[in-house]
Design a protein around this ligand. Structure first.
Ligand code: NAP
Length: 300
């Protein structure tokens, strides 16, 4: 029996674990990627205290910190959470079962898929959703990024280290969502070329991706297409209780409590922090969630 079971090993979950251990709560963290989505950014420049830090390294540091304080981190995906005799029972896809007095849901978001024709068919054969993972395969090639937010900016800058040409295909006429440091670097790059007011309507090729057709009818020959069009909420496990959601995000109060007593939520999956999905906000929500879980145990 644990005092707190945390679902998600990104910045929100690992911070919750650090705070929980400092309250001496017995703590288990489940997650499939240490560091979560920030591992895909090799050059984070807005996490206080670090002018520049690799996301995967920051994730490892957070995990070491949590484990050093006595948290158990299990790299397993949670399949279900049920309520039994006032306790929560978590089961993983590998069959691990634990009981906990409180739960923190910090499992993040899932990638939004591009619904254009044949894009799915070329996944793994030119179409990718991760520049950090696949960028090096495109050394000397021509690639494009779809999207206009920070993720698209980061992906384009990563890809420019390998590819000879990087297009950013964006449906608006200028970058309105991307943070200015990324926009400035993109505009200054000789390799990166924005393609504004365009959308990918079809992926073309025989065995692998060879080109994309855009809304205007233009065909762009490409070796790789990287999709960075944001994220969507999901609850990827069964719950034996009903969680109140708002457009798929878990509704939380200022104390990160959810509609289910004893269940707290933190990070990108919540309605908290004005939905500003940053490492700094995830860390803050994780700390509050652990503190609230501690108080919940004190009063129950
Ligand atoms: P985002 O901010 O939601 O941006 C998604 C982009 O994709 C938008 O430009 C959107 O266009 C476009 N888009 C959405 N659906 C599309 C579709 N079906 N077809 C074509 N384009 C589509 O998502 P994100 O860039 O992944 O960022 C998510 C969060 O993570 C943000 O809070 C961001 O700040 C954060 N993040 C931060 C960093 C960092 O270094 N600080 C790095 C990565 C991510 P519109 O602009 O027209 O809506």
């Amino acid at each position: 029996m644990y005092d707190i079971a945390i679902v998600g090993a990104g910045p929100a979950g690992l911070t919750a674990a650090i705070y929980a251990r400092r309250y001496n709560m017995s703590t288990v963290v489940f997650g499939d990627v240490v560091g979560g989505l920030m591992t895909e950014n090799p050059c984070i420049e807005n996490f206080p205290g670090f002018k520049r830090v690799n996301g995967a390294e920051l994730g490892e540091k957070m995990k070491e910190h949590a484990e050093g304080l006595g948290a158990e981190v299990k790299l397993e995906k949670v399949a279900s959470i049920e309520k039994k005799d006032g306790m929560f029972v978590l089961r993983t896809e590998w069959g691990t079962e634990v009981e906990a007095r409180t739960v923190v849901l910090a499992h993040g978001l899932k990638r939004r898929k591009l619904a254009a024709k044949n894009v799915e068919k070329f996944e793994g054969r030119g179409v990718s959703y991760c520049a950090t993972c696949d960028g090096a395969f495109f050394k000397g090639k021509t690639v494009a990024v779809v999207g206009g937010g920070d993720s698209a900016g980061v992906a384009a800058l990563i890809l420019a280290e390998f590819a000879t040409k990087v297009y950013i295909i964006y449906r608006r006429g200028e970058f309105v969502k991307m943070q200015s440091p990324y926009v400035e670097k993109i505009m200054a790059s000789e390799k990166i070329e924005p393609v504004f007011n365009e959308e990918v309507v079809e992926a073309l090729g025989s065995e692998k991706l060879e080109a994309v057709r855009l809304k205007s009818g233009r065909e762009l020959p490409l070796d790789g297409l990287f999709i960075e069009i944001g994220f969507e909420p999901e609850i990827p496990f069964e719950t034996g209780f009903k969680l109140e959601l708002d457009r798929g995000y878990i509704k939380v109060g200022p104390d990160q409590s959810t509609s289910e007593p004893g269940v707290f939520a933190a990070g990108d999956i919540t309605t908290g922090s004005n939905r500003f999905h940053q490492i700094a906000t995830a860390v803050g929500e994780g700390a509050v969630a652990a503190d609230s879980a501690y108080r919940f145990i004190l009063h129950h």
